[in-house]
Design a protein around this ligand. Structure first.
Ligand code: FMN
Length: 255
């Protein structure tokens, strides 16, 4: 089973490509955690695919792993998708799995397009050729997984990851990704409610209401066609919004 988490589709595209190459099934972590229960995954081969946030693993993925039991002898691999630097994400995953007495056998990070750029910059020009390079990279990873290769050479701590992991740095960084409702623009279509992977958004009186357990995945701000969600107090212009070109909002519908 390939367990993925995604906000803007990069990780979904990687999970899909791995699933197609290996004949495995890709499942969104949110679909297994809807009812907050502890899950038992008996699969002999388990892949994790997730985006890097502040050089670390998104909290819903961490929480899922903490609340899940895996077969200790499973072949476990991971792919972290990122803009450029995975920081300590893979190292932290290895530690988290070790806590479960499970062993990460193979891990790599894939540089794609940073879905965070448009939260602080206007007039972004995305270099979509990076996604072609990412496809080649993922094809090589799929090959390694099919051969059950073992390699942890990408599993390491980095100075950047350790700095990003500091409480105060994380706090300041998170503030830049704080989302709030923009009631003047929200038309109450509910798209954001459907695609939020952690159920942080609801509609009340035809307008979006933001709750307090955001995963910072940026799905709502990057997909809303009306600018109905602010990030750090402003809406992202339509032309600056990013999502993986082969992923549709419907692919992310969770509820
Ligand atoms: C809150 C936040 C923090 C991020 N931190 C990092 C980071 O530390 N390093 C990096 O290379 N990319 C970072 N990114 C970019 C994402 O990891 C990258 O775009 C990822 O592929 C998005 O995956 P998705 O489309 O599956 O959601 C960050 C993005 C967000 C929204």
């Amino acid at each position: 089973m390939i367990l993925y988490f995604t906000g803007t589709g990069n990780s979904l595209s990687v999970a899909r490509q791995l699933a197609a190459a290996t004949g495995d099934t890709a499942v969104h972590i949110a679909d297994l955690t809807k009812h907050g229960t502890c899950t038992l995954i008996r699969d002999r081969v388990i892949g994790f695919v997730f985006p890097v946030y502040f050089g670390d693993i998104p909290w819903p993925v961490q929480e899922f792993i903490r609340n899940t039991k895996f077969a200790p002898s499973a072949y476990i691999y991971a792919v972290a998708t990122c803009g450029s630097t995975p920081g300590n994400a893979l190292y932290n995953l290895q530690q988290l799995l070790a806590w479960h007495r499970c062993r990460l056998a193979y891990a790599d990070s894939v540089s794609m397009i940073a879905n965070s750029t448009s939260t602080w910059k206007k007039g972004v020009s995305y270099d979509y050729r990076r996604l072609d390079a990412a496809k080649d990279h993922v094809a090589a990873i799929a090959h390694a997984v099919m051969e059950r290769r073992e390699s942890l050479r990408h599993v390491k701590r980095s100075l950047a990851g350790s700095i990003m992991g500091l409480g105060v740095v994380r706090q300041v960084g998170s503030r830049r990704f704080t989302i709030t409702a923009n009631p003047d623009a929200c038309v109450g279509c509910g798209l954001c409610v459907h695609i939020c992977p952690v159920g942080n958004l609801t509609l009340k009186d035809g307008k979006v209401v933001v709750s307090d357990h955001c995963a910072m995945c940026m799905a709502c701000v990057q997909w809303c066609p009306h600018g109905g969600i602010f990030v750090h107090g402003h809406a992202i212009a339509r032309e600056d919004q990013y999502h993986h070109p082969e992923v549709n909002a419907e692919d992310l519908y969770r509820r």
